[in-house]
Design a protein around this ligand. Structure first.
Ligand SMILES: Nc1nc2c(ncn2[C@@H]2O[C@H](COP(=O)(O)OP(=O)(O)OP(=O)(O)O)[C@@H](O)[C@H]2O)c(=O)[nH]1
Ligand SMILES: [Mg+2]
Length: 302
């Protein structure tokens, strides 16, 4: 039955790499939907998180951090940011508390002004600031550049500011049907979530640049029973020495990656997981249209 009192809002979450966009999405939805890591450019594609409360549904889109692409994967990531603006009815611009305005933020602000929808500035990571005066400086600097709908200091880590931010977002919702079921929290399949969790563990466990050259393909995702799943994943890297580092001495590293990924997936899916990982080298895959297509990294518009 159609409910005339229903409302919805599509909100795009954008900002520089590593400012905490994915952490914010997870905090707002109340579940881990998007992977998080201390390394910039963790998120590679648009990720939808859905929050439905009573008669209102908010559809958030997490996006990759703004970057200067130097390969086809980078071009795709940039296109995902731009695509997130289509259909968006509001934007959350995430910046880091106490940091100066960056050139990338100015580029974003130029885009926002062209799009002309409400923009909320979220000053994230306030828990990490010793001097709260940093927040005041942020507010002054950003309000000179843009007429934000509101400016809200937040900590995605502690949840501070969450209620105020949600209140602002819900106020912007407009009469509409629901676009997702009330119980949905994301549009990602379990296969995609599994590959992302495996990639997240590598972002934490492997050296600086290596994880950026890694792709994870789920080759098998098969239920043995209601509470047991077999997952086989291929980890693709770009160099022979990277393969050796992923495997580690006597397989110690890949074993650790598998252990951490499995235990998180078991918690998320509430079932036993049999996880098999193997590693293959494919040089320069980040410039291979075939590999990018196989991973689902296909631009929506060209
Ligand atoms: N102290 C603190 N750390 C945070 C907070 N939010 C995020 N972080 C940390 O900041 C790092 C980056 O967080 P992400 O959520 O992956 O950032 P992102 O903007 O999605 O990054 P990209 O996907 O690479 O663009 C991680 O180490 C997070 O744990 C916060 O509120 N406080
Ligand atoms: Mg992210």
């Amino acid at each position: 039955m159609k409910d005339e009192s229903r409302k919805s809002l599509f909100v795009s979450i954008v900002g520089k790499p590593n400012v905490g966009k994915s952490s914010l999405l997870n905090m707002l939805v109340g579940e881990k939907i998007s992977i998080v890591s201390p390394k910039p450019q963790t998120t590679r594609n648009k990720i939808i998180g859905i929050l439905t409360k009573e008669n209102t549904q908010i559809v958030f889109t997490d996006t990759p951090g703004m970057l200067k692409p130097n390969n086809k994967l980078g071009n795709y990531m940039l296109s995902e940011i731009n695509n997130s603006f289509f259909g968006a009815e509001a934007i959350i611009h995430v910046v880091e508390a106490g940091k100066n305005v960056h050139n990338d933020d100015i580029k974003f602000i130029k885009k926002f002004k062209k799009i002309g929808i409400p923009v909320i500035l979220v000053i994230n990571k306030i828990d990490a600031l010793r001097q709260k005066t940093g927040i005041i400086k942020n507010i002054e600097n950003y309000s000179e550049l843009m007429d934000y709908d509101s400016i809200i200091p937040v900590s995605s880590a502690t949840g501070e500011g969450q209620a105020e931010l949600l209140c602002k977002i819900f106020k912007l919702a407009k009469p509409s049907v629901f676009f997702y079921d009330e119980d949905d929290i994301t549009d990602q399949t379990q296969r995609t979530i599994a590959s992302e969790i495996i990639r997240e563990k590598m972002l934490y466990m492997l050296d600086q640049e290596l994880p950026h050259g890694i792709a994870v393909f789920i080759e098998k995702f098969q239920f043995r029973s209601d509470n047991e799943v077999d997952i086989q994943a291929l980890i693709q890297c770009e160099k022979i020495n990277h393969r050796a580092m992923i495997i580690g001495y006597h397989g110690s590293m890949i074993k650790k990656i598998g252990m951490f990924a499995r235990s998180e997936l078991e918690r998320m899916m509430n079932c036993k997981i049999n996880l098999k990982l193997w590693v293959k080298v494919k040089k320069n895959w980040r410039n291979s249209c075939t590999t990018l297509r196989d991973m689902g990294y296909v631009p929506e518009r060209n």
